[in-house]
Ligand binder design. Structure first.
Ligand code: GLU
Length: 400
C-alpha cells in the first residue's frame, strides 16, 4: 500500500449517515445488472427486487428517482449486434428498441407496487444549459410532488458522440444535483472503490469512506469498464466529484445481488463519498456566487417580506424590471430602497417580465397570450442576503 492509499483509508468518521434518513434518493442501475445477454431480456427477478427496495424507500416518505441504463445493451442483444464498437447509427437504433422495452418493464414492476413511473430522457444540453436545466428540474420536481418515480436515461437515439454523456454514472450525478437529491446510489458490478483493481491485485482493499475526492482517489480509479457498461471506476469518481460538489452524498455498492438497497441498509460493503454540504446550500452558493447577474427586479415591501419568509417571488410584487435577460438568467432582487435583498434565476425573459410586472399570476396567460409559470423567481432558485452565504457580498448601493 502506498502513502496516498493509507491517507485515503484512514479515519472514517465515527458514524455514517443512515439510508433511512435521506429524503430524496437517486438510484442508478448499470446495464450489466439489468440486461441478461444470453436471453436478450431484462433480468426480471432482480429488477423486481430492486423495485421492492424502491417501494420501501418510497413508503417511508423518500422521493426516489431511477437512472436506468440498459437501452443500448438490450436493443443490441435483440438486434444481434456486436458488443463493442457499434457505429453511431447502430447504437442509436439499439437504444430506440431497447428503451421502449426498458420503460415498459420499469412501469410494470413499479405499478405492481402501486408506484407510478414517469420516463425522462435527457441529453447533455438538458443538464448543462441553464434554461433547459431549469425546465428539466421543474418537470422532475413536479413528478416528485405527484409522488411518481422518474425513470431517467440519456436520450441515446438523438445523442451523438460530441454531445453525449455516454455513461450514466456522470448523468446520474448531474440528475442528482439537478433534483437536489441528498443521496446517489450507484449500483455497480463492484463492491466499491478499491485501493487497486481487485482483479489484478489480491491485496486490494475496499475503501469504506472517501471524505474528499482528491488526486490520490482519482489515481485509484483506473480506466477499465465491464463489457456491457460504459462506465468504469473513472466515471464513478467523476460522478462523485459532481455529486459531492452539489451537496449530494454518493455510494458505490455491488448491485449484483437481489435487494441491493435494503442490503446496503443492513451493512453491505460499499464506498461512501461524503459531502460537507447539502443540496440547498450548494445551490444557493451557485446562484449567489457563480453567476453573473443580467438584470434587476425591483420589488415592493410586501414582496420583500414574503420572500424573506421563504416564499417565491410573484409577478404582482415586482415594481420595475431593469436589464436585458432571458429566462434562467440570474437577476438581482432590490427592495424599494434599491438595496439588494437577494438574487435568483428568473423564470421569464426581460420583455415578458416587464409585461407581467405588477400583475396577478392568473393574468399571465391573458397578458402573454400563453400560460407561463405562476412565479417569477421560485424560492428554490433564490439566494437571499439574509441566508448569509459567505462568498457573497450583496451590493447595497443600488448601482448594479
Ligand atoms: N445510456 C446507456 C443505455 O441506456 C447506458 C450508458 C451506461 O452504460 O452507462 O444504454
Amino acid at each position: 500500500m502506498n502513502a496516498a492509499t493509507q491517507v485515503a483509508v484512514a479515519s472514517p468518521p465515527a458514524s455514517l449517515p443512515q439510508i433511512k434518513d435521506f429524503k430524496r434518493v437517486v438510484i442508478k442501475a448499470g446495464s450489466s445488472l439489468l440486461v441478461d445477454r444470453g436471453q436478450s431480456c431484462v433480468k426480471r427477478t432482480w429488477l423486481e427486487s430492486l423495485a421492492q427496495d424502491i417501494a420501501d424507500l418510497h413508503a417511508r416518505g423518500a422521493d426516489v428517482l431511477v437512472v436506468s441504463s440498459g437501452a443500448i445493451a438490450l436493443g443490441r442483444t435483440v438486434l444481434g449486434l456486436p458488443e463493442r464498437d457499434l457505429k453511431l447509427e447502430d447504437s442509436q437504433a439499439a437504444a430506440a428498441i431497447g428503451q421502449i422495452a426498458l420503460a415498459r418493464i420499469w412501469a410494470e414492476v413499479l405499478a405492481d407496487r402501486k408506484l407510478t413511473a414517469g420516463q425522462i430522457l435527457v441529453t447533455l444540453g438538458d443538464t448543462e444549459e441553464r434554461q433547459r436545466y431549469l425546465n428539466a428540474r421543474a418537470t422532475i420536481g413536479r413528478l416528485l410532488d405527484l409522488r411518481a418515480v422518474p425513470v431517467i436515461n440519456e436520450n441515446d437515439t438523438v445523442a451523438t458522440h460530441e454531445i453525449r454523456y455516454g455513461d450514466n454514472d456522470r448523468l446520474a450525478a448531474r440528475v442528482a444535483t439537478m433534483a437536489s437529491a441528498d443521496l446517489l446510489i450507484l449500483l455497480s458490478d463492484v463492491q466499491g472503490l478499491y485501493t487497486a483493481p481487485p482483479s489484478e491485485n489480491p491485496a486490494a482493499e475496499l475503501i469504506p469512506v472517501v471524505a474528499r475526492v482528491d488526486a490520490s482517489i482519482e489515481a485509484m480509479a483506473g480506466g477499465a469498464a465491464s463489457r456491457l457498461s460504459r462506465g468504469g471506476m473513472r466515471t464513478k469518481i467523476e460522478a462523485a466529484k459532481i455529486a459531492t460538489a452539489g451537496g449530494t452524498h454518493m455510494i458505490i455498492t455491488d448491485g449484483r445481488v437481489e435487494h441491493p438497497v435494503s442490503r446496503l441498509e443492513d451493512g453491505a460493503p460499499c464506498t461512501w463519498f461524503l459531502t460537507g454540504s447539502n443540496p440547498m446550500t450548494a445551490r444557493k452558493k451557485w446562484i449567489a456566487g457563480a453567476l453573473e447577474p443580467r438584470g434587476v427586479l425591483h420589488v415592493d415591501a410586501g414582496a420583500a417580506r414574503a420572500i424573506a419568509s421563504g416564499k417565491s417571488l410573484l409577478p404582482a410584487g415586482v415594481t420595475r424590471v431593469d436589464g436585458s435577460f432571458t429566462s434562467g438568467d440570474c437577476v438581482l432582487i432590490r427592495d424599494s430602497r434599491a438595496v439588494e435583498i437577494g438574487r435568483g434565476l428568473v423564470a421569464y425573459d426581460a420583455s415578458d417580465a416587464v409585461l407581467i410586472a405588477g400583475r396577478n399570476s392568473q393574468d399571465i396567460a391573458t397578458v402573454l397570450g400563453s400560460p407561463g409559470r405562476a412565479v417569477i423567481i421560485h424560492r428554490d432558485d433564490m439566494a437571499l442576503a439574509h441566508d448569509k452565504i459567505a462568498i457573497w457580498e450583496p451590493d447595497t448601493n443600488g448601482t448594479s
